[in-house]
Write a protein that binds this ligand. Structure first.
Ligand code: SF4
Length: 168
């Protein structure tokens, strides 16, 4: 029996290039493997067996910015670390997205002082903010799913690209 008999009549499927590209981008995000403070522990937990972000096409955390398209800023960003975070962002290939995980990354949290960046949007554009100190893994996963939805709705021509941040 040949392949045609096994596959049956599949008919014809039509779609748009934008739909296909956004579907593939949003369902196969590769986060970058780095963490800055306590929020990173929750991020690590989200990769474990209990929460298993592999379910959403994100089992591969890349140790190289060139292979990553999602930066999860997990933890407070010190002024000393800020240029490093920006350099990592610059080394990621387009298109790329940023998720600010937790209060410290989003707005400095309780660290209202000169040594901590008062919101990582000072140095990189943020697509999704996840509140909490720390956010539980479920909250991070909710944030990532929200980002996936945002990527799915993004226009490819660049004119209507949604860059406004979302708070979850
Ligand atoms: S938000 Fe809370 S858990 Fe996260 S880095 Fe700041 S102090 Fe740590």
């Amino acid at each position: 029996m040949g392949l045609e008999e096994k596959a049956g009549d599949l008919g014809v499927i039509t779609t748009s290039l934008e739909y296909a590209v956004n579907w593939s981008r949003s369902n196969a995000m590769w986060p970058m493997l780095f963490g800055l403070a306590c929020c990173a522990i929750e991020m690590m937990s989200s990769q474990g067996a209990n929460y298993d972000t592999s379910r959403f096409g994100m089992e591969i955390m890349r140790a190289s910015p060139r292979q990553s398209d999602l930066m999860i800023v997990a933890g407070r960003v010190s002024r000393k670390m800020a240029p490093v975070v920006r350099r990592l962002y610059d080394q990621m290939s387009e298109p790329k997205w940023v998720l600010a995980m937790g209060d410290c990354a989003s707005c400095g949290g309780v660290f209202n002082n000169y040594a901590v960046v008062q919101g990582v949007d000072e140095i990189v554009p943020v697509d999704v903010y996840v509140a909490g100190c720390p956010p539980r893994p479920e909250a991070l996963i909710h944030g990532i799913l929200t980002l996936q939805d945002k990527v799915f709705r993004t226009k490819l021509d660049g004119t209507i690209r949604e860059r406004e941040p979302i708070h979850v």
